[in-house]
Design a binder for this molecule. Structure first.
Ligand SMILES: Nc1nc2c(c(=O)[nH]1)N[C@H]1C(S)=C(S)[C@@H](COP(=O)(O)OP(=O)(O)OC[C@H]3O[C@@H](n4cnc5c(=O)[nH]c(N)nc54)[C@H](O)[C@@H]3O)O[C@H]1N2
Ligand SMILES: Nc1nc2c(c(=O)[nH]1)N[C@H]1C(S)=C(S)[C@@H](COP(=O)(O)OP(=O)(O)OC[C@H]3O[C@@H](n4cnc5c(=O)[nH]c(N)nc54)[C@H](O)[C@@H]3O)O[C@H]1N2
Ligand SMILES: [Mo]
Length: 774
């Protein structure tokens, strides 16, 4: 029996961590993981690195002049203060904002992945604290898939429960003949799963499907998005054009009468107007393969052949989340639903559709479903919510009106921003605009472990423990495991848990007892666990008493007896198991969406020529399409300072993939540093020249910590390679208002000046207290 007492649970895996006198000496994957992630190796040097926030810190100008000094955000040095001083300062400002402007003026959306662990989950702690204080302005939906999350309820059903119902890989192994992967199936992304990823299984299942003779098609601008399947056919599509391809495939099915008329009649509504659109009856344009070929860059014959093969085979069509993280991202999802409805294979064991096999280690997992222990949420007294990716819009336009999924709403006037467990200077688009927006509120408070750009742009930074420095319960949705996370090392420097921080603040604000309920973290773990036992039981999982669990260290739930098949019940009996859409059926035409009256979202999936023209116009000045994909060597910005991520940088800069022809045309050589720029800003990156990427497309991972050359200059060059300096901050559409990072155009040139050093992994500038400064 291996020692189960030194397990660290991360979003990308569970590891045995050996320590010696507070130092991590080794990190090894657990033996039950089929394909462990290398990212864990960054724990060894990352957790105790120079990048840690060591003591509570306050921006100098804020300490001297308070909110009036907000122009200094991100530019001034910090002053280290005691916990007493820092917490008093935060409590004073919170009370003041509440008294003057009400709780709505506090933004607590605080989007982000934080760390694994159910009790110390940073957002849950912050939200519970802010609810106790009377509420806050929140955010809704995710950066991952807001466009999909908003369109699917109108046409198929809410995405989050659908994610949990994906057909198990074992069923695909038995029945699937053709697997069409829009956006590929990158092993890279399946390294992670929110909360835990104990057993990485994508490679295992892709191997088995290949052995069974399943054919794969990779529809992506990047060949290695399906590198796990060497024989996969690569259809190198231009980014942002998948909807045109999908519509043309539908058109072939209709004009060659390959549609499943029975399924359409029994399981869908709105076929007639959609058919009329495909055949050009409503707009004079037949959505032929020739039409799509001109848009997508694919061969018209290939499109026709693909439609026929799809109809003749048991076909699974998987669309990755990236495709909808774009302008008009809603349409790609709607067109996928429409195509698979016409094929009539939805609900069959090996066919139909899926949203994100390989986006995480979740879809297809033949694991027991149990949502795990969770902190009681409570009710937010404030009814103010923004779409998550409209952060800068909100800060720049207090009181401004905007449209969202059929509603007309107004942005609140935010005076205090409190962030814990996320990094907006990683995740938000158009960072130079965010820098400006971020200077609007009076006060910005950030709980952080590391000196990320977000911490550097705050007024008050409170240092937080990592999960190795505290006790918790590890459990990820669909993961099939629950793990006791013991404290492995002492808190680094003066770091405290988010919980301890909020206890300290709640006490100062007069609701300490109500917030803590008198419980230590250990007492909370026991409560969370006990509260979850009946919910586990409902799913057929019997959890042992807490003490047994804690002693044992690892629980693995038995997999379900019958592997699940996506929407099988709906297929079998749509009357008895209707969808939650208005009609109870798949909506090829949605009266609800049509009634919103949005030009860009009519009542059915469509190709938006106006948006396409806008993109073409951009292309004249900015010829390269920039994709910003998820990183292989870290989770978003987390552990970019760690050895695994840093080992892959090129001269310290984030690698950027480009085609040899695009490189040659600009005099760029493999391994050199380049400047990537557009009307919004400029970054440095390292050229990774490869013919695995379509000409005219470049790809960089997200997550390099934003490192402006001169933070006092607006629009300063980012020395490091954060693509969000370049991305456009526009919603996917008025329907979803999602992140549209993938719709981005740039130009690139060789960098011939001396290389500025990367400084973002060092401590920021500190100064003595203002009294000493005089
Ligand atoms: N250009 C572009 N941008 C994108 C995307 C894209 O495809 N392209 N993808 C988007 C997507 S899908 C996502 S999900 C977002 C991800 O964006 P985020 O989830 O915001 O990114 P993370 O780097 O995971 O940020 C988590 C932060 O929380 C901190 N943290 C970790 N544990 C704790 C804790 O216990 N307490 C506290 N207080 N802090 C903690 C970490 O140090 C880190 O700074 O990015 C989005 N941005
Ligand atoms: N290692 C690691 N894994 C992760 C994460 C991480 O940070 N690190 N983050 C996790 C999170 S929060 C999320 S939301 C998921 C995201 O999962 P996805 O959104 O699917 O991930 P991406 O890497 O952005 O995109 C996958 C691929 O889609 C292709 N692609 C981009 N645009 C287009 C297009 O217009 N058409 C086509 N056909 N293909 C396109 C790109 O080549 C890219 O490699 O990943 C998760 N997995
Ligand atoms: Mo995400």
């Amino acid at each position: 029996m291996k020692d189960e007492h030194h397990l660290a649970v991360m979003h990308w895996g569970t590891y045995r961590v050996a320590t010696d006198n507070g130092t991590i000496t080794s990190v090894s994957p657990v033996e039950w993981d089929k394909n462990p992630s290398r990212i864990g190796q960054s724990l060894a040097d990352g957790v105790t690195s120079e990048a840690r926030v060591k003591r509570p810190s306050v921006r100098l100008g804020y300490l001297q002049h308070g909110p009036a000094s907000r122009e200094g955000r991100g530019k001034e040095p910090f002053v280290e203060v005691s916990w007493e001083v820092a917490l008093d300062l935060v409590a004073r400002e919170m009370r003041s904002v509440k008294a003057r402007c009400g709780n709505e003026a506090i933004f607590g959306g605080s989007y982000g992945w934080a760390s694994a662990g159910r009790f110390h989950h940073a957002q849950s702690q912050l939200h519970r604290f802010l609810k106790g204080f009377g509420g806050y302005t929140a955010s809704t939906n995710t950066y991952s898939s807001a466009a999909g999350e908003r369109v699917l309820p109108h046409i198929l059903g809410p995405l989050s429960p659908l994610h949990r119902q994906h057909t198990h890989w074992s069923e695909l192994e038995r029945e699937c003949q053709l697997f069409v992967a829009i956006g590929g199936l990158p092993l890279r992304n399946a390294q992670v799963n929110g909360g835990a990823a104990n057993d990485h299984m994508l490679k295992h299942w892709l191997d088995r499907l290949q052995q069974r003779g399943v054919r794969f098609i990779n529809i992506s601008p990047v060949k290695n998005d399906l590198s796990a399947v060497p024989d996969a056919r690569w259809l190198a599509i231009k980014p942002g054009t998948d909807t045109a391809l999908l519509l043309a495939l539908c058109q072939v099915l209709v004009s060659e009468d390959l549609v499943d008329h029975g399924f359409i009649a029994s399981h869908t509504v709105g076929f007639a107007p959609f058919r009329a659109y495909l055949l050009g009856e409503s707009d004079g344009v037949v959505k032929t393969p020739q039409w799509a070929a001109a848009i997508t860059g694919l061969d018209a014959g290939d499109i026709t052949a693909l439609a026929r093969t799809m109809a003749a085979s048991r076909t699974m069509i998987n669309i990755s989340w990236s495709i909808q993280r774009a302008r008009q991202g809603e349409q790609a999802y709607w067109a996928t639903v429409a195509l698979t409805a016409l094929l009539g294979q939805i609900g069959t064991p090996g066919g139909g559709l899926a949203f994100g096999y390989a986006c995480t280690n979740l879809a297809g997992a033949a694991r027991a479903v149990f949502s795990g222990p969770r902190l009681p949420a409570g009710k937010n007294q404030v009814n103010s919510v923004i779409p998550v990716a409209r952060l800068s819009d909100m800060l720049l336009n207090p009181g401004g009106e905007y449209a969202f999924d059929g509603q007309t709403l107004r942005y609140p006037d935010i005076r205090l921003v409190y962030w814990a467990g996320g990094n907006a200077f990683h995740h938000h688009q158009d960072l130079n605009r965010l820098v400006e927006a971020w200077r609007q509120p009076e006060t910005v408070v950030v709980n952080e472990q590391y000196w990320t750009a977000q911490a550097r742009h705050a007024d008050i930074i409170l240092p937080v423990t990592t999960s190795l420095e505290r006790e918790d319960i590890g459990s990820g949705g669909h993961d099939g495991f629950m793990i006791a996370m013991r404290q492995l090392i002492a808190p680094v420097a003066e770091a405290r848990d988010d919980y301890a921080i909020f206890c300290g603040l709640a006490e100062r604000l007069g609701f300490g007892e109500r917030f803590s309920e008198g419980r230590s973290p250990a007492a909370w773990l026991r409560k969370l666990y006990d509260d979850s036992r009946p919910r586990a039981q409902e799913e057929g999982i019997t959890l042992p008493p807490f003490d047994d669990f804690w002693q044992q260290g690892v629980l693995e739930y038995a997999p379900p007896a019958k592997p699940q098949v996506f929407l099988a019940e709906f297929r079998a009996d749509p009357q008895r198991y209707p969808l939650s859409t208005p009609s109870g059926k798949i909506e090829l035409f949605s009266d609800t969406v049509a009634a919103f009256g949005y030009r860009e979202c009519p009542g059915h999936a469509w190709w938006d020529d106006e948006e396409a023209q806008y993109q073409q116009q951009q292309a004249q000045q900015w010829p390269l399409h920039l994709l910003s994909s998820q990183p292989r060597t870290r989770l978003h910005s987390q552990f970019d300072h760690g050895s695994v991520s840093r080992a892959t940088k090129i001269q310290g800069r984030e690698p950027l993939w480009m085609h040899p022809d695009d490189a040659a045309a600009r005099g760029i050589t493999h391994g050199s540093v380049v400047r990537v720029f557009n009307q919004r800003g400029a970054i440095l990156a390292g050229a990774q020249v490869s013919d695995q990427i379509l000409r005219g497309v470049v790809q960089i991972s997200t997550g390099a910590w934003y490192d402006p050359l001169d933070p006092s200059q607006p629009g300063s060059l980012d020395k490091h390679g954060n693509p969000n300096v370049l991305t456009e901050d526009r919603g996917s559409s008025r329907l979803g208002q999602g992140c549209s990072a993938q719709s981005c155009r740039v130009e690139i040139e060789a960098w011939r000046e001396p290389l500025p050093p990367i400084t973002v992994f060092d401590q920021p500038a500190f100064t003595a207290s203002p009294q000493d400064v005089g």
